[in-house]
Design a protein around this ligand. Sequence first.
Ligand code: MN
Ligand code: MN
Length: 485
Amino acid sequence: MFSSPAPPTGLLEKLFQYIDLHQDEFVQTLKEWVAVESDSVQPVAHLRQEIFRMMDMAADKLQRLGASVDSVDMGSQQLPDGQTLPVPPIILAELGNDPKKPTICFYGHLDVQPAHKEDGWLWDPYTLTEVDGKLYGRGATDNKGPVLAWINAVSTFRALEQDLPVNVKFVIEGTEEAGSVGLEDVVRREKDRFFSSVDHIVISDNLWISRQKPALTYGTRGNSYFTVEVKGRDQDFHSGTFGGILHEPMADLVALLGSLVNSSGHILVPGIYDSVAPLTEEERKLYETIDLDLREYQNSTQVEKFLFDTKEEVLMHLWRYPSLSIHGIEGAFDGPGTKTVIPGRVTGKFSIRLVPHMNLSVVEKQVTQHLEDVFSKRNSPNQMAVSMVLGMRPWIANINDTQYMAARRAVKTVFGTEPDMIRDGSTIPVARIFQDVIQKSVMMLPLGAVDDGEHSQNEKINRWNYIEGSKLFAAFFLEMAKMHS
Ligand code: MN
Ligand code: MN
């Protein structure tokens, strides 16, 4: 599929050789890190202690590399159930502060999703197990492997007693899977200190969309989550006693939800597409070369037919156009059996994935206005209340920025191909936080393959991805230095 990369020369060759020769050590460290059950999702004291232990191990590793490490005390958090849990520290570390070099800040997280053997794992999720070049274990790809790959790249320069071509900073947290507790505060607080010298931010916490072709991610969608409540009264009704004489709240709600999107996936809220960035020729071309077999994707996801027939249309509607999804109805009768209830009060839930340059408050107004218009035509005496309960903005980067150019060259050097230039249809708030607060270019440079199964049973990272990914980061440092000089 790819031309084989030109053989590296000079320093690059030495770095790659070192990484190849020491790959078992790198895998061994990943094994030690995966062995820590740093689950931040289940609110249990002993698991929190494991995250603290994980953060200590990482701080220690960075110190041994010669980095100055600040483990920021995050205090504790109170959970909705009243329980108080300690919050693991956020590591801010730096290596090198030569004003002549660019400073790259790497973000990663070392907490993981829950995993139990009984969930359907073939092996113990906390014992890294290698089968056919695949390294299975919770956190292998999300996100311990990529964090270590970055550290491997740095440590290779150290081991060869080579000057690091860039200044490197690290932001490593331990509650990403639980909403990044306190991260935004720390970034804001450190804006003029730790982050003042940062030129670029790199995140490696997502996946390629291919099994073998690398990718660079330059955008994510935002999200606006709505509830629409229709209330007759607080109590339910009996359909034998009231059926036929009521404006039923559920009928109102179904009509409201049914007015949001048509059978082609087109959102029916007036004005909603007005500010969507127009598609340029340059952008359209990016979609043509992306490695996605639509037929295979349909089969692997067990979807009979998508709304669109071409790879380009499917990807554009996942990445660069908004979508509206209806999620559920609170208060509806959803159990088995044939209860003849007329719910007295129901709440519909839906969300719109936002793209550049949609604006949260404009979307909120448009949706509210639309629902009010539809509702008023029903002449219903029920009460309707709309609210936007969650709003996260989309993120988009300039792919002509220095670090994107450098990363494309590094990919070409290591993998012999241009990367897929991709976006992510979901929302990754941390990219937007860094972009808004530090106002520097953010790039996502993923290492994992599309079938890594993050959050799922038998999560893995391929040894190849982990080792070539370590090389990729080393090559990226050199390319950054070249572009800077
Ligand atoms: Mn992650
Ligand atoms: Mn995750």
